[in-house]
Structure formats: C-alpha cells, structure tokens
Design a binder for this molecule. Structure first.
Ligand code: NAP
Length: 325
C-alpha cells in the first residue's frame, strides 16, 4: 500500500517535525519562503499534485481556490502558528476539513518579546541606540526620560495563552494593577490577579496596553484614531498580536503628535515593513520584524505539534491542537 502524502509549505520547516512525518508519510517540502515573488504561484502549481495532508507554514492566505486545487484527496490541514487569521475557515468547514494550529508552546517566547518591547519602547532604546551609533550620545538629568513599569496599570487585550504569560512575567515588576479586556471571563484571571474591564475603560486607565488577541473582523483596527484619543499621553502600546489590530496611519499620527508616548511592535502592516514606511522613521516607535516565536526550542516544538496534528488526523483521530470550525 502506498504511503499517504503530506505537503509542507516552507523550505525552513524544522527537522523536529519533518522527521516525525517521514516515519509514516511521503513528505514533500516546498522550497519556498513567503516573501519570494513567485511563492504563491509555486504553492498553487505543486498542490495540484494531490496530497492527503497540508502543513500551511506560510503567511499567504489559504483560500477556497487553493483548496479546490488540492482536490478531494486532502483530508487534514494545520498551520504552523497559533493565529489563524490567514486561513479561510469557512472554506475548510464547507469541505469538512479539520484544521489544527500550534498554540501554548509559543506563549513564553512571545511573552518574552512583549516584555522586551515594553521596556524598549518605554525606556527609549531606539533613540539611545541611535545616539551610540551616530556618536551623538547626550546626557543630563532631563535626558531620555522614559516611563516606569513599577506602579503602573497594565492592560492586556486578550488574556489567552500569551496574555497570561505576559502577566506572569510582569509579576516581578511591581505593577500596581492588571486589567484585561476580552469576550469572556477567563478562569485563570483570579489567580493571576487580573480584572476584566470593558475595552474603553482599559484604554482610559492603562499605562501599558499589550495587544495579545487574534485578528478577526471584530478586532481589526481595534486601535484606531478614536481609541488612541482615549489613551493616556504617557501610555505605551505594545502589539505582539497581528499588524491588522492597529490602524497604522492613526498610530503614526498619535506617536508623531505625542498623543501617546511610544509603541513597541512585533507585528506590522505589511510584513515585511518597507524601510521607507513613515512609521519606521519615528524615534518613539520601536519595531522588530515579527520575532515572537523565533527561538530554537519554540520553533521545534511548534513543528512537532504540526506533524502530530497531521499524523493523527490522517488516522481519523482528533488533532493534538484542533481548531473548532
Ligand atoms: P489564545 O490563547 O487563543 O488567546 C487569545 C485571546 O484573545 C483569548 O483569551 C480570547 O478571549 C481573546 N480575544 C478574542 N477576541 C477578542 C476581542 N475581541 N477582544 C479582546 N480579546 C479577544 O491565543 P494566543 O496563543 O494567546 O495568541 C493570540 C494571538 O497572538 C494569535 O491569534 C496570533 O495572532 C498572535 N501571535 C503572535 C505571535 C508573534 O510571533 N508575534 C505568535 C503567536 C501568536 P475569548 O476566549 O474570550 O475569545
């Protein structure tokens, strides 16, 4: 009997997952990276060859068109990510295809990045590094003053796996108050000492706002000119969720005019961000290139879950991390 076939859409998919797949399946790794010009055309051409499983390790959108090209042989799909905003879940549902993702194992790595961005933005790392690099190091008692985390109010938008890991980390920072906004009460909130408040209240009260929610129709541009107008002039916005959570033009204006103090972004629109994008030039916008889950251990763990998701689904079993559709 011939082996079932899996297509892995990313030439850098970690060997930790690949080795698991190879034991049981015929594996095809597409030699593409997201940002190569013809990467989407390559995916479409290759997927038509017929596969039972698909590991969608790309930021391209998984659409009905691509699923049509894959045909009825396809029986299981997993992202190699926690977010699923790049997956047309309605199209999967229509075809009765199970979807998996790789949450939880990346919580700590992404939360570390959130803390790094908080400190980097609030304490003006970008300006400081520039002064070193240009030889224009200044000094003085009023030079390069930032914002304290101690005694602050921290607002978490989306108290899921990553949001909770952010709060756990900040327990050592003498934060005065933790609040969160979200669709439902989180059972973990009580132990973490975080209270749920309406989003407008979170905007008004927080000194630090950390976006840790998924990008959905409901959360698109949740940070816009109106919400930035409610935030404190001294506040710091951190986004480790998705670029689309923020109206970036409105954020530019707010940072430029001093409506808020600073921002730290792991995610932007678009990605990669053009070096000539106006937001890149702002001294108070500290941006890193979507590095949230980029550690060796985390990426290996994510690849293993992706592999297990496909292996289980192709045996007719529930995935390790299924997404309810
Ligand atoms: P998660 O465990 O599913 O948590 C997401 C949280 O967001 C849930 O608590 C959910 O609450 C909440 N939420 C949903 N809609 C909301 C809304 N309208 N307003 C406020 N909160 C809302 O997911 P996660 O693993 O923590 O990841 C969160 C997001 O981070 C992902 O979707 C992804 O976009 C992003 N991410 C980024 C990186 C990176 O490298 N920067 C890495 C991984 C993930 P309910 O349960 O009440 O809906």
């Amino acid at each position: 009997m011939s082996l079932k076939r899996v297509l892995i859409v990313n030439k850098m998919f970690p060997s930790s997952g690949l080795e698991l797949l190879k034991k049981e399946l015929e594996t095809t790794v597409l030699p593409i990276m997201d940002y190569e010009a013809d990467s989407l055309a390559t995916i479409k051409a290759k997927i038509s060859a017929g596969f039972d499983g698909l590991i969608w390790n790309t930021k391209h959108r998984l659409t009905g068109e691509i699923l049509d090209l894959a045909g009825s042989r396809l029986k299981a799909v997993t992202t190699n990510a926690s977010g699923i905003d790049h997956i047309d879940t309605d199209e999967l549902k229509k075809r009765n295809l199970p979807l998996g993702n790789t949450p939880s194992v990346l919580d700590n790595a992404v939360a570390d990045i959130a803390i790094g961005l908080m400190i980097g933005a609030a304490r003006r790392f970008k300006e400081g590094v520039k002064e070193i690099e240009t030889g224009e190091w200044k000094s003085g008692v009023q030079w390069s003053l930032g914002q304290d985390i101690a005694n602050s109010t921290v607002g978490i938008v989306g108290l899921g796996g990553i949001g909770q890991a952010v709060v756990r980390r900040l327990k050592g920072f003498d934060v005065a108050k933790f609040i969160y906004s979200g669709r439902t009460d989180k059972k973990e909130a009580k132990d973490l000492g975080v209270s749920r408040v309406p989003f407008p209240q979170l905007l008004k009260e927080s000194d630090f706002i950390i976006l840790c929610c998924p990008l959905t129709n409901e959360t698109k541009h949740i940070i816009n000119a109106d919400s930035l107008g409610i935030m404190k002039k001294t506040s710091v916005l951190v986004n480790i969720g998705r670029g689309g959570l923020v109206d970036q033009a409105a954020l530019y204006n707010a940072l430029k005019s001093g409506e808020i103090f600073a921002a730290g972004l792991d995610v932007t629109t678009p990605e990669p961000l053009n070096k000539d994008d106006p937001i890149v030039s702002l001294p108070n916008c500290y941006i890193i290139p979507h590095m949230g889950s980029a550690t060796v251990e985390t990426r290996n763990a994510m690849a293993k879950i992706s592999a297990e998701n496909i292996l289980l689904a192709l045996k007719g079993k529930p995935m390790m991390c299924p997404i309810p559709l």
